[in-house]
Ligand binder design. Structure first.
Ligand code: ACO
Length: 345
């Protein structure tokens, strides 16, 4: 609704209370894809032991909740995982690639420096012409991408958008650093969102604070035909942990306030899957029981931008998430970046 009074009442990032004339975006279908190679903690510990790096299933499970992760084959890139997840989301939505007028891929592990992974996905899906671009916000990437797609749909510049989170984090891990290499996995998750007169996405909330850029980063870069700096992931785990639990509660509360809802209205919390202890702590702060939290970190590890849509698709396909339910999606990642999307499925 374009009435100034109505806009003023909606609040930044919130939605008009009038339903006439308003355009919303809603999820039409979800999909995901994991590369077939699966490593349990014991498998990974055995591989690391050959390089003199010591770890154990007990340590990894106790500190993180992770039991297994998937790694892509060397010839497989983020665009391959993304394309498969996108295909599945399109099928679930009952659409084809020709129906898309926007493709956004969230990734920090693109196939190439350029062009974007999204343009590769567009071509592999057999589409052409619609805008396609990547969003780089590390583990918050999917939340950022969904926020951008929602804004473009509400502005009337897109009707059907494919939003994907896809990563091959195995390519940027230092397998001599046991404090990081046990945490991450590869995969992709996707949603198709479409314009609707019914909500849909109820509120979005995204933030960044670059002063924390050094606590989680891959500092290497390409220059003069060489890789300069260290092109593997570096993390101060305890600093990340402390920041994450604070901002995840803040952003969830901000989205709820924008939509005039409370934590009691959330049916499912679908957080970024970094660490079970961060997820449990967020659930406690939102007064949610742990059986309302979708957990896939145990089977996927941390798949960065892919983790939220992978978890969403898992719970949609196993029947836990039902149409009409209220979902809180939230993420935090390098930058630091963080944010949430509150939606009616
Ligand atoms: N196996 C065995 N021992 C290990 C391993 C391992 N894989 N990694 C570390 N250790 C040892 C350390 O060497 C240390 O040994 P010491 O006491 O002899 O020195 C001991 O375990 C404790 O190490 P800490 O780093 O203090 O362990 P901590 O309890 O902080 O757990 C962890 C580390 C799991 C990374 C934790 O800090 C954490 O969860 N942080 C959140 C970060 C996160 O989830 N990041 C994901 C990416 S960020 C994102 O997605 C938002």
């Amino acid at each position: 609704c374009g009435a100034p009074a109505c806009r003023a009442g909606a609040g930044a990032g919130g939605r008009d209370s009038h339903s006439d004339m308003s355009i919303y975006s809603r999820i039409l279908g979800t999909g995901s894809f994991l590369p077939p190679k699966r490593l349990t903690n014991a498998d990974l510990a055995a591989e690391l032991a050959q390089q003199g790096v010591e770890t154990s299933d007990e340590w990894i499970v106790e500190r993180t909740g992770i039991r297994a992760r998937h790694f892509a084959a060397p010839e497989v890139g983020s665009s391959d995982l993304a394309t498969e997840a996108g295909r599945r989301a399109l099928e679930a939505a009952g659409l084809t690639a020709a129906d898309l007028d926007l493709i956004i891929v969230a990734t920090s592990t693109p196939d190439m420096v350029f062009p974007s992974t999204a343009t590769m996905v567009q071509h592999k899906l057999g589409a052409a012409g619609c805008p396609a671009f990547d969003v780089q916000a590390v583990c918050s990437g999917f939340i950022y991408a969904l926020t951008v797609a929602d804004s473009m749909i509400r502005a009337g510049s897109a009707k059907n958008a494919l939003v994907i989170g896809a990563e091959v984090f195995s390519r940027i891990l230092d397998f001599k650093d046991r404090t990081t290499c046990v945490l991450f996995g590869d995969g992709a998750g996707a949603v198709v969102i479409g314009a609707s007169d019914q909500p849909g996405i109820l509120a979005t909330d995204i933030h960044a604070d670059g002063k924390h850029r050094d606590i989680l980063c891959v500092p290497g870069h390409v220059s003069g035909g060489n890789v300069l700096g260290d092109p593997v992931l570096k993390m101060d785990g305890q600093a990340v942990f402390k920041l994450a639990v604070g901002v995840l509660e803040e952003t969830a509360r901000a989205s709820l306030a924008k939509a005039n809802l409370t934590d009691a209205d959330i049916d499912w919390l679908i957080p970024h899957q970094a660490n079970i202890r961060i997820m449990q702590s967020t659930a406690r702060k939102l007064k949610m029981s742990s059986d309302k939290v979708v957990v896939t970190v145990d089977q996927h590890g941390n798949t960065s931008a892919a983790s939220i849509p992978l978890a969403l698709d898992t719970a949609v396909r196993d029947g836990r998430i039902q149409r009409g339910q209220t979902l809180m999606l939230e993420g935090v990642g390098g930058g630091f970046t963080w944010g949430s999307v509150l939606l009616r499925y």
